[in-house]
Design a protein around this ligand. Structure first.
Ligand SMILES: [Zn+2]
Length: 500
């Protein structure tokens, strides 16, 4: 018996060793085993961010990341402009007096902004702060611009970086002191118009995050204690990361007249009566959306990028054999020129082993690898390799373009389906507190009946670290009789989760 156990132990040890050797060769932590470590590694090794910049919480965004940030931004801008928003650029500095106008807003942001107290050697008469979000920069100007109902709706957006003095541990692209986002700020005549705007924001978000980037999400109305400071209602988009924690990637807020009153944004209506305007603001977090793309789609080899987002869609790798270099290079150059007419193509003719190049471009998530060797030259063909499945396909030269288009479409469909499957598998349900605690350990979003009291949400947070993310937007689902946490009468069906 003992011998059998020993032999079994040796076999298991051998297998474990093998697994580690493989992952060591690829140089990546296994994603399922330690998502946190995998994430930090991929951000570094794929050349996304360099965290060595000497100011804490301020990384350098490298070309591979910036290209994608610009592309996500442009997808969102397109949606905003198609729905009547116009771009603007407000200053990054805001005077302290503007921050002090809205009571809840100041309470929340006062402690998490960067202050400017001096200019040159002079102390400023009034302190300035770097925008953490731009309500207090934009609304004093709106008050000057808006006169009558004819000026409404006013819909402006800006794509910019914002600054928050985060005291929690920073995490690249997920929580930083400087991050990329878009903020749109609209002024409307009625509360009904404001609500319509919120739904328009939702459509823009869905088009980009789900349809173009393949990130599944749930849209929840945040409970009153977790709203944007000063807002009447906050609607937030959460996706589920591979470690089971949720990440909020965008929010849209109904501000009602809570900002128009202190900022004096009034208009004369059709009956010559002065009225306070209704407002909304919408903030898709571009850095966070990119972090979701990295996390949700990535695998043990590194990034897996949606073809529409990838900085390079096809990488051409010439595989030379002595005596055939010229033919291989010639064909590679020709194909690169031809495919570059409609795709983002990179010819990698660096003097490295092909295997090294394969690993590097797989790590960077390039959707299709095109290999050209002497055999391919002779047979007038190319070899295509898919990043998502690793499958190799040999096609004739003339068919390459058409085949790449089809493969990219198929890759994206496959990525979307995989992501959706994981998301759906991580939607759970719990009937009582014991069950809720168990299910939260498994990760994802757990549906419960809830009393909708802040104290009860706080108890959950203290006990488990999880938060109430809120009821699903416009859901009419009837709760059970009792709150799953405290046992008092339940008012709503909500989702709970541990969140980034
Ligand atoms: Zn309760």
């Amino acid at each position: 018996m003992l011998i059998i156990i020993k032999i079994l132990g040796l076999i298991v040890g051998f297998i474990v060793d093998k697994v580690f050797v493989v992952s060591e060769e690829l140089g990546m932590t296994v994603r399922k085993k330690d998502f946190g470590e995998w994430y930090l590694e991929v951000v570094k090794k794929a050349g996304l961010l360099d965290q060595r910049y000497p100011v804490k919480g301020f990384p350098v965004y490298m070309p591979w990341a910036v290209f994608m940030i610009k592309r996500i931004t442009s997808m969102l801008e397109q949606g905003l402009e198609q729905s009547g928003h116009e771009p603007a650029a407000f200053p990054v500095v805001i005077p302290e007096s503007s921050l002090r106008k809205e009571r809840e807003h100041v309470k929340s942001f006062e402690k998490e902004v960067f202050w400017i107290t001096h200019a040159g050697q002079n102390k400023l008469d009034e302190r300035l702060f770097l925008r953490p979000t731009s309500e207090t920069a934009i609304y004093p100007m709106y008050s000057l611009w808006i006169r009558t109902y004819q000026d409404l709706p006013l819909k402006l957006y800006q794509s910019c970086q914002v600054y928050r003095y985060e005291t929690k541990m920073t995490k690249p692209l997920i929580r930083g002191r400087e991050f990329f986002w878009i903020e749109s700020h609209t002024v409307q005549r009625t509360n009904e118009d404001a609500k319509k705007q919120i739904e328009e924001d939702m459509k823009i978000t869905e088009d980009v995050i789900e349809k173009k980037l393949g990130i599944p999400f749930i849209l929840c109305e945040r409970p009153p204690w977790d709203k944007f400071p000063g807002a009447e209602g906050t609607y937030a988009y959460d996706t589920i990361m591979p470690d089971g924690k949720t990440a909020q990637v965008a929010t849209t807020h109904n501000l009602g007249t809570r900002f128009s009153k202190p900022f004096d944004i009034k208009f004369v209506d059709e009956n010559e009566k002065k009225q306070y305007a209704y407002q909304t603001c919408f903030g898709p977090g571009v850095s966070r959306i990119l972090s979701a793309v990295i996390s949700v789609h990535g695998d043990d080899k590194g990034l897996v990028l949606p073809p529409e987002l990838a900085p390079v869609q096809v990488v051409i790798i010439p595989i030379s054999v002595k005596g055939h270099e010229k033919d291989v290079i010639k064909k590679s150059n020709e194909l690169c020129a031809e495919l570059s007419k409609c795709l983002r193509v990179k010819l990698d003719n660096r003097n490295y082993r092909p295997g090294f190049k394969f690993n590097e471009w797989e790590l960077k998530g390039v959707p299709v690898r095109l290999e050209i060797g002497p055999d391919d030259v002779a047979k007038k063909q190319v070899t295509l390799v898919r990043r998502d499945t690793g499958k190799r396909i040999v096609v004739s030269d003339g068919e390459a373009k058409k085949e790449i288009d089809e493969i990219m479409k198929d890759i994206f469909d496959n990525m979307k389906a995989r992501a959706k499957k994981f998301f759906d598998e991580n939607l759970r349900e719990a009937k009582n507190y014991k069950e809720l605690k168990e299910k939260l350990k498994q990760g994802g979003l757990v549906k419960i009946s809830f009393c909708y009291e802040e104290d009860c949400a706080q108890k959950l947070k203290d006990d488990t670290g999880a938060e109430i993310r809120g009821p699903v937007f416009k859901s009419n689902e009837k709760p059970g009789e009792k709150c799953a946490i405290c046992g008092k009468p339940a008012k709503k069906v909500v989702y709970a989760a541990r969140a980034y």
